[in-house]
Design a protein around this ligand. Structure first.
Ligand code: PRP
Ligand code: MN
Ligand code: MG
Length: 179
């Protein structure tokens, strides 16, 4: 962005780690006994979350990725979800967990879960670290949510603003300083 901004910490790395431990207990309960869980990360935003999540998950898993993009470099959803890279493996008859960083308008996860459902997995669940329910444009709720957050533009822990700040270890909110 050409506009100057600062980033205020909203959710600490420690709080994220603690929440992931809780979520993994619930996921393990749900998929107990599975011999075939495919954990699908949505690139790019989920790459940090999925890395922490799978290392905390005591289940036999495979990891696959799908790249979807709707925001580009802007702050506004295009509402048009493009699949830039599909899964490598087939998911028919398999247990699938889709991992996403944030549900905002809901278009991305709604579109992707619809697409994956059409491939007839045995079970299809989704998890989003963050949820902004006040921004929803389509009726979508992830199976698990880490934190509900207010309508602020967030970055870090995989989430970008114009492709930057994905490497911050915490979730922060963007505050413009020229306003
Ligand atoms: C962001 C974010 C989610 C999606 C959420 O991805 O990572 O995937 O938008 O917004 P929505 O609920 O309004 O669809 P983005 O399109 O920026 O791609 P990226 O993951 O590569 O940053
Ligand atoms: Mn994304
Ligand atoms: Mg993005």
């Amino acid at each position: 962005s050409a506009r100057p901004y600062v980033i205020d910490e909203m959710i600490s790395a420690k709080a994220i780690a603690a929440r992931i431990e809780e979520l993994c207990r619930e996921i393990q309960e749900e998929f107990q006994g599975t011999d075939k869980l495919v954990v699908v990360g949505l690139l790019r935003g989920s790459f940090v979350f999925i890395a922490d999540l799978v290392r905390e998950l005591d289940l036999p898993i495979e990891v696959d990725f799908l790249e979807a993009s709707s925001y580009g470099d802007g702050m506004e959803s295009s509402r048009e979800v493009r699949i830039l890279k599909d899964l490598r493996g087939a998911i028919e008859g398999r247990d699938v967990l889709v991992v996403e960083d944030i549900v905002d308008t809901g278009h991305t996860l709604n579109h992707v879960t619809g697409l994956l459902k059409s491939r007839q997995p045995a079970r299809l669940k989704s998890i989003a670290l963050l949820d902004k329910p006040s921004r929803r444009e389509v009726d979508f709720k992830a199976s698990w949510t880490g934190f509900e957050i207010p309508d602020e533009f967030v970055v870090g822990y995989g989430i970008d603003f114009a492709q930057r700040n994905r490497n911050l270890p915490f979730i922060g909110s963007v505050r413009f300083t020229d306003a």
